[in-house]
Design a protein around this ligand. Structure first.
Ligand SMILES: NC(=O)c1ccc[n+]([C@@H]2O[C@H](COP(=O)([O-])OP(=O)(O)OC[C@H]3O[C@@H](n4cnc5c(N)ncnc54)[C@H](OP(=O)(O)O)[C@@H]3O)[C@@H](O)[C@H]2O)c1
Length: 332
């Protein structure tokens, strides 16, 4: 699917973009991969990392807030992956207008610029569990972004372009998440790992699973779908025990804007959600752009079904967590 194609990744120098690029170069023969982001230093480092692929890699300095620049970068592009975002919860709360400009205006600019670029056939935007019943502005902006990409299919008219969304939770080991936080305490000789709430649970997803789901969405989407991986859950106290067996675990209280459990699919979305072997798809509640396009092989979930890390069927044990932690690459 990606062979001979030009793929543009907004936020291509981030964790997702780097790993996506690595996987695409390993498994496909794209004509070009265009990295679109603001910071020249991150692009310089990435260009060095992929110096054997100068014929394929292209680096565009640009902001998703700048539609003119997006239009220039999109010329001739086949597929767009939208990964650029402001994603730190406290930073979005403190700088709300910046969060709106990047996450909402940026999404609008992508949609409009894509609609004005005939070569683009597929767009996949990255979402987060925080967009589901949001309790913070980051989640709120990503919810609006998701809605923009789903509704963009209605704007496409006769153009052959499809927009879809891939949603996942905190990537294991990503910057600012609990694993590097615990790891730092352990490296500094700490004997206790603070737990915000003993009941807290999370989904476990690796970057690789996130990338695979994006490729699935690129390949299969008819437009308007939200793809969600089926992944296991873990309890935060189990993670602490996996990382520092026998450690003390003082309970320090839930943080602002934090949820006890991650939710990927709400009961309200169950009426349009289908289950597949390895993932779920939420189909749009409003489909103004034509007949329902349900991808084959799925089964409608029961009414009231919720995909929640606290009520998940699959759980990781302390031993399984230890194995995953050993195999995992940490971000720097
Ligand atoms: N990491 C996770 O755990 C996680 C979980 C769920 C969903 N997601 C979603 O996945 C996506 C990618 O996340 P990530 O972990 O790869 O993020 P990341 O590592 O923080 O990377 C963000 C990327 O976006 C670029 N960027 C930021 N603002 C921009 C702007 N205004 N215009 C153009 N580029 C901009 C950054 O480069 P510059 O600063 O140089 O512009 C960087 O390349 C995000 O949409 C996020 O919401 C992430």
């Amino acid at each position: 699917m990606l062979n001979g194609k030009i793929v543009l990744i907004t936020g291509g120098t981030g964790s997702f973009g780097n790993y996506f690029t690595e996987c695409v170069l390993k498994h496909y023969k794209p004509k070009k991969i265009v990295i679109y982001s603001r910071d020249e230093y991150k692009q310089f480092n990435m260009a060095n990392k992929y110096k054997d692929y100068t014929d394929v890699m292209r680096f565009f300095i640009g902001d998703v807030r700048d539609k003119e620049r997006l239009l220039r970068a999109l010329d001739g592009v086949d597929y767009v992956i939208h990964a650029a975002a402001l994603k730190q919860v406290p930073a979005c709360e403190y700088n709300p207008i910046e969060a709106v400009k990047t996450n909402i205006d940026g999404a609008m600019n992508i949609v409009n610029a894509v609609l004005d670029t005939p070569s683009v056939k597929r767009v996949v935007a990255l979402s987060t569990d925080k967009a589901v019943n949001p309790v913070n502005l980051y989640g709120g902006t990503k919810l609006v972004s998701d809605k923009l990409f789903v509704a963009a299919n209605a704007y496409s008219g006769t153009k052959d372009v499809r927009f879809s969304v891939v949603r996942y939770g905190n990537v294991a080991g990503s910057r600012g998440s609990v694993i590097p936080f615990f790891r730092q305490i352990i490296e500094n000789g700490g004997k206790e790992l603070p737990i915000t709430d003993y009941r807290m649970t999370r989904f476990w997803i690796s970057l690789e699973e996130g990338v695979q789901l994006v490729i699935k969405a690129l390949t299969e989407a008819n437009g308007g779908e939200t793809f969600i991986s089926k992944i296991p859950s873990f309890k935060i106290p189990d993670l602490a025990q996996a990382m520092l067996p026998g450690c003390g675990m003082p309970e320090v209280g839930i943080r602002e804007g934090e949820k006890l459990h991650e939710v990927m699919i709400t009961a309200e979305d169950s009426s349009t959600t289908y289950e597949y072997e390895k993932h779920y798809i939420i189909y749009p509640h409003y489909n103004w752009w034509g007949k329902e396009n349900i991808i084959s092989g799925g089964k409608k979930v029961k009414e009231g079904f919720e995909y929640n890390s606290g009520t998940n069927q699959k759980w990781l044990t302390v031993e399984q967590l230890q194995k995953l932690l050993t195999d995992m690459k940490l971000e720097h």
